[in-house]
Design a protein around this ligand. Structure first.
Ligand SMILES: [Zn+2]
Ligand SMILES: [Zn+2]
Length: 197
């Protein structure tokens, strides 16, 4: 059986692609646009035009299917939608329950991405790429990892702080990922162990 400690990510950056597998990168090419003007568009490597950006920019937490389907077409997001979560860590989070998770997510987003992208010299590097933290995984999967990704995936201005509404919306997206991956399909063995407590 595979050991959780051995989960390793392939060498990847935000602009990696596997276009032949329909996994692209929709961030505008470096130098083409100012970050403030980033918009979702075609794949920067192969020009595939496979995302309906008007629908993606709808910001409707009751209909995340369209957004999530589009996110999965970007290689880096796809990886975090399909990554095997660290079982020990997931189990502990599962025990904490949904309500606590939601609070943790809100706090994490507030501290990591609520400031204007201009204010943070760390922007783009504040969310580690690791399977050991489900919130980090969720942030990469939902493009709430940094203000550059938020700019082109969620059409939220880069050079000002997030509003409370925006923060609530992005928290909702991260929570939806956690629900799908953790609470709707708990890590193996979870139910069994809980029944003894
Ligand atoms: Zn491509
Ligand atoms: Zn990012």
């Amino acid at each position: 059986m595979a050991n959780d400690d051995q989960i390793i990510l392939p060498k990847i950056s935000c602009t990696s692609t596997r276009c032949e597998e329909d996994l692209h990168c929709f961030r505008p090419k470096k130098g083409k646009l100012k970050i403030e003007d980033y918009q979702g568009g075609k794949c920067q490597a192969c020009d595939a035009d496979v995302v309906d950006w008007n629908k993606v920019y709808n910001r409707d937490l009751n209909d995340t299917d369209t957004l999530f389907a589009a996110l999965r077409k970007e290689y880096i997001r796809h990886l975090f939608w399909t990554i095997k979560l660290d079982q020990k860590v997931s189990w502990r989070k599962f025990q904490k329950g949904r309500e606590q998770m939601q609070k943790d997510i809100y706090k994490r987003l507030q501290s990591s991405i609520s400031d204007s992208g201009r204010e943070s010299i760390w922007d783009g590097r504040q969310t580690p790429m690791t399977p050991k933290n489900i919130i980090y995984c969720a942030q990469h999967a939902t493009a709430t990892c940094c203000r550059k990704c938020i700019r082109y995936w969620h059409n939220i201005p880069y050079d000002r702080d997030l509003t409370e509404n925006e923060l609530q919306y992005l928290t909702g997206l991260v929570m939806r990922y956690v629900d799908i991956r953790l609470f709707e399909s708990p890590p193996a063995g979870t139910q069994l162990i809980l029944s003894f407590s």
